[in-house]
Design a protein. Structure first.
Length: 331
């Protein structure tokens, strides 16, 4: 079985970890792994050049989580980190003092930047970085071309365009976003590896990641939505919204900026029914048990919907959610 997952951020990382656990149980290969193949197509819209290094927050969060090195208490970065280098950079007056990179994390960014400067694509560089971690999942950036999410805000009485990470980390998304700007997206394309992973998948899953700046950014790459609609595999999404609130992060602020309600039903309609719409993607959708009232509404809109527990509190609940998503696809 081949499964392709669109993912970004902490929610995507935890879902992928649960999916890997579930598939090792359901399709064991005898060596502790799985005969099933998982490919994650990861958002790179949060990426940036910072202090001369290429930083890819979502790729790294997913890689560290699957590699067992993520700091689960903070939800990002490496566990057991020190921050001496960032302190030195701040003393020299470069970088973003509010965006602290740990010393171990900087090692990843230095290695990636070296690979890129040697002429490797981001896909190739990501594969090189992942080699040391024994992830059990293939990580693919959504595109080899640079796409950076910027945000238009109004601050101190004037309009400004800032990098997404400044809005997200420095301002904690408390300054209302006027709009999101995907710089470079018009020149971006899905990589051949991404197209192959979608076209040859038995199941495609949309992880419970931010529907605007994670999944939405992936879908904004020209040709991506068409590739998904042409896929033979069923497409099942998992709601990142439970009881009208974002599971993690500030997805509500992002949804408000694009005029979508912060509800599981509204996000499903935002993605659209693959059967009823010429641009829609979803064959099925998972909502939390507390949002069961939305099931008949979405069924009427052409999206087969199930209400299941969505909270990923630990490895077991994450694996069960993955099992529910697979069951929705296989049914």
């Amino acid at each position: 079985m081949k499964i392709t997952v669109l993912a970004g951020g902490v929610g995507g990382a935890r879902f992928l970890r649960g999916l890997r656990t579930q598939l090792r149980k359901a399709y064991p290969n005898g060596d502790g792994g799985s005969t099933a193949e998982i490919t994650a197509v990861v958002n790179t819209g949060d990426d940036m050049w910072l202090t001369g290094l290429r930083v890819c927050p979502d790729l790294d969060s997913i890689m560290y989580t699957l590699g067992g090195a993520n700091d689960d208490e903070r939800g990002w970065g490496r566990k057991g980190e020190s921050e001496r280098v960032s302190a030195e950079l701040t003393a020299y007056g470069i970088g973003w003092p509010w965006f602290t990179l740990g010393d171990l994390d900087l090692g990843t960014h230095i290695a990636r930047s070296s690979f890129l400067r040697d002429g490797l694509t981001l896909t190739e560089a990501t594969a090189r970085l992942a080699e040391r971690w024994n992830l059990g999942i293939r990580l693919l950036p959504m595109s080899d071309q640079s796409v950076e999410t910027h945000v238009e805000i109004e601050l101190d009485g004037r309009r400004r365009i800032v990098h997404f990470e400044e809005w997200w980390v420095k301002h904690r998304a408390t300054v209302p976003a006027k709009r999101f700007i995907q710089v470079g997206v018009d020149a971006a394309t899905p990589t051949p590896e991404v197209r192959h992973a979608i076209a040859h998948a038995d199941i495609v899953l949309l992880a419970p990641s931010n529907p605007v700046v994670s999944i939405g950014t992936i879908l904004g790459v020209p040709g991506m939505r068409a590739a998904l609609r042409e896929a033979k595999a069923p497409i099942v999404g998992v709601s990142p919204i439970i009881s009208g609130a974002a599971v993690r992060g500030m997805a509500d602020a992002c949804l408000t900026a694009i005029g979508v309600e912060t509800t599981a039903a509204a996000v499903a309609k935002h993605y659209g029914s693959r059967r009823r719409s010429t641009t829609g993607l979803l064959d099925a959708w998972l909502v939390d048990e507390t949002d069961a009232a939305s099931v008949p509404v979405l069924e009427a809109a052409g999206i087969r919907t199930r209400a299941v527990p969505l909270w990923m509190r630990d490895p077991d609940t994450s694996a069960q959610l993955a099992a529910d998503a697979l069951a929705a696809a296989l049914s």
